[in-house]
Write a protein that binds this ligand. Structure first.
Ligand code: NDP
Length: 336
């Protein structure tokens, strides 16, 4: 069982020496436990935060500990009455090839997934944590109404693609912000967004003026920084801003910069609200059912960027912070 453990707390972008690759024999499952062979791992921007010391919504990964990661895998041995050999599970398996742990009736540690509903990687995307984030962040915090204008950043990424597609299903006008012509073309032509602003090609402020002539009612913020400021300058009365993430700030070595334009919230009686997907765990089945139905109908698409090979974990993770992933970034660990 090969494992990537955290060797050092990174300064700036994580580097090879922040990781230690170790190997041990995969443990046989004890009473109540199952052993899962990990097939795909989810690589997430949040991992960067988990590597830092300090208080957050979840405890930091300790030095020497197997890196935390979500994944999907297949049960290989089971002493749990709740799962059988051959079942597919999604859970927080960590960056390792095998996961052995108790699986209880509530499936708190790992939930059964149905590969007939969608391919395994999609269970880390639209039907997984990013999809849950998009669905609950948009509907619960954003509360979009038909006809309103929704803007989403990192629009071609895992969370962003589902935010935009769900907003379209709800009858909104949707404008993405993404890096590069290919990603922008994709969200408009393949995913049905109404427009997309290439923040690497020109001014976001000018793009918002052009694509959001009626202003912005909901902004789903994945990036923070200058893009957040540009959107704040265009918000409407009673606008809702979902603080989902701020990837432009995660590798800062200086303190995170807050929005300079925050008085736009005052002027427009608007609000910004943070959300953490784990708070919605009890309601995941509701979102899986709705998103799954859209996926099967073809009205919502799931795109994954698969990097093949467990050993590529350290390099693959940094792709997120350089915009090198096109779709949800997934590491393939083994063949199904
Ligand atoms: P993505 O698949 O969107 O990948 C990250 C993307 O971010 C990159 O492809 C890149 O796209 C963009 N990006 C990277 N650096 C910058 C930058 N400096 N400025 C602007 N854009 C940048 O990742 P996810 O969908 O998994 O995550 C998106 C956001 O959602 C993150 O902030 C993440 O932390 C957050 N999140 C929050 C959760 C919660 O519970 N609150 C749960 C899950 C995710 P491009 O090429 O367009 O620049």
């Amino acid at each position: 069982n090969r494992q990537f453990r955290l060797a050092a707390r990174p300064v700036g972008l994580p580097k090879a020496t922040d990781w230690q690759l170790t190997e041990e024999t995969a443990a046989p499952p004890k009473d109540g436990e199952a052993r899962v062979r990990v097939l795909y791992l989810s690589l997430d921007p949040a991992m960067r935060g988990w590597m830092n010391e300090g208080k957050s919504y979840i405890r930091p990964v300790a030095i020497g500990e197997v890196m935390r990661a979500g994944g999907v895998g297949v049960v290989e041995a089971s002493n749990s009455p709740h799962v059988a050999v051959g079942d597919y599970l999604a859970g927080m398996f960590g960056v390792q090839q095998y996961w052995t742990a108790p699986v209880d009736a509530k499936a708190a540690a790992a939930m059964k997934i149905d590969p007939a509903l969608a391919p395994l990687p999609a269970w880390l995307n639209v039907l997984g944590m990013p999809g849950m984030t998009a669905y609950f962040g948009l509907t619960d915090i954003g509360q979009p109404k038909a006809g309103e204008t929704v803007v989403v950043s990192a629009a071609a990424g895992a969370v962003g693609m589902t935010v935009g597609q769900v907003a379209k299903q709800l009858g909104c006008r949707v404008v993405g912000i993404a890096g590069g012509p290919d990603k922008c073309r994709y969200v408009v032509e393949e995913l049905g967004f109404d427009g997309c602003i290439d923040y690497k090609a020109g001014s976001v402020a000018a793009g918002l003026k052009e694509h959001c002539p009626q202003g912005v009612d909901v902004y789903f913020d994945n990036v923070g920084g200058d893009i957040l400021d540009a959107v704040l300058a265009r918000i409407n009365l009673k606008a809702r801003i979902i603080i989902c993430g701020a990837i432009s700030q995660y590798n800062n070595t200086a303190p995170v910069r807050g929005p300079a334009n925050y008085l736009a919230l005052l002027v427009n009686r608007a609000r910004m609200e943070g959300m953490v997907v784990f708070d919605y765990a009890a309601r995941y089945p509701e979102a899986v059912q709705r998103l799954g139905a859209w996926l099967q109908a073809g009205s919502v698409k799931s795109r994954e960027h698969v990097v093949d090979g467990f050993e590529h974990f350290p390099d693959a993770l940094t792709m997120l912070f350089e915009g090198k992933n096109f779709g949800k970034l997934v590491l393939k660990v083994a063949d199904a």
